[in-house]
Design a protein around this ligand. Structure first.
Ligand SMILES: NC(=O)c1ccc[n+]([C@@H]2O[C@H](COP(=O)([O-])OP(=O)(O)OC[C@H]3O[C@@H](n4cnc5c(N)ncnc54)[C@H](OP(=O)(O)O)[C@@H]3O)[C@@H](O)[C@H]2O)c1
Length: 290
């Protein structure tokens, strides 16, 4: 049992990535005791010097015990195309180590009526966590504002964004807000057994996002709603794996069909402040498009 005031050990998996990196930074800022499980410690940069670092890989169960030993709570990002196996490996190691609460990053595709490969992968991963017997919380964010960074290349070279989403809207969420919710869920009680659909505060089409980027960088930009076949061809040429191409195209088709625009108040309800807007995100990341 922990004495009152004693800090619990929180393990972060995915700390070299987008959301996990923000979770790590915010946990450190909050003065929490943190350990990370990473495949490549060098990728942590200066944050690596501020936490316990254990090398491991979620696809290799034999590398997990050292990272999970003595851990009270876990935040886990699942990346790849076999999320259920990764979730199963994480929950097995967590159960063995006596972890009290696991917080998993999933996706709002799980709750959309439009079936996607991504949604199916996350549904299977969520099932593993829910069947594990551990206390769990599942975060189901919609499209990240940072997805627009995929446009940097064509914006810089041609001043154009090509995407097969038509007028379809999404409600981009700042990964910083997803991380803030994760931290709140990890360090305050009452979130066990809950799934939270997290979105940004406004629904925007890709053309509207492009117009906002254009205003920030002070250059005219164009949005082109390319046919799906052309988007596929571009990704094939770029050497992306077929399963990834299918997942991305399905996500775009979901948005085009009008199933990406859901807005929830959950970020504000949990954090007690407004969710950040796409303009807020652009204030800190807009220079990437210059
Ligand atoms: N983008 C969106 O709009 C969106 C929306 C909803 C949900 N999601 C979900 O969010 C997740 C992606 O989050 P993100 O953008 O933060 O990902 P990310 O930036 O790609 O980071 C993935 C992290 O997972 C780590 N990782 C990958 N494979 C691993 C393994 N086998 N063992 C241990 N660690 C491993 C990576 O480590 P390395 O540095 O070693 O690669 C990295 O730290 C996915 O599950 C995605 O479906 C995304």
């Amino acid at each position: 049992m922990h004495q009152e005031g004693e800090r619990q050990m929180i393990l972060v998996i995915g700390a070299t990535g987008n959301v996990g990196g923000a979770v790590l930074a915010q946990l450190i800022e909050a003065g929490q005791k943190v350990r990370v499980l990473v495949r490549d410690p060098a990728k942590l940069g200066e944050l690596g010097g501020k936490v316990e670092v254990v090398k491991g890989d979620l696809t290799k169960p034999e590398t997990l015990d050292a990272a999970f030993a003595g851990v009270d709570k876990v935040f886990v990002v699942l990346a790849g195309d076999d999320l259920a196996t990764l979730a199963g490996n994480a929950t097995d190691a967590a159960k063995k180590a006596g972890v009290k609460h696991i917080v998993m990053l999933s996706s709002s595709t799980v709750v959309e009526p439009f079936a996607t490969l991504l949604g199916q992968w996350h549904i299977e991963a969520e099932a593993k966590i829910k069947a594990s017997g551990l206390a769990w919380t599942i975060l189901q964010p919609g499209a990240f504002a940072s997805n627009t960074l995929h446009w940097v290349g064509s914006i810089k070279s041609q001043g154009v964004v090509f995407q097969p989403t038509g007028d379809g809207k999404s409600a981009p969420i700042d990964p910083h807000d997803i991380a803030a919710v994760a931290v709140k869920v990890l360090i305050s009680p009452g979130h066990e057994g809950k799934s939270y659909v997290l979105t940004g505060p406004e629904a925007l089409s890709a053309a509207e996002e492009v117009a906002k980027i254009s205003a920030v960088i002070g250059r005219p930009l164009k949005f082109v709603d390319v046919p799906e076949a052309a988007a596929r061809e571009g990704m094939v040429k770029a050497g992306l794996p077929e399963v990834f191409i299918r997942a991305v195209l399905e996500a775009h088709a979901m948005v085009k069909a009008g199933h990406g625009a859901r807005i929830t108040q959950t970020v504000e309800e949990i954090l007690g402040r407004k969710a950040r807007t796409f303009d807020d995100w652009l204030k800190s990341h807009g220079k990437a498009f210059q």
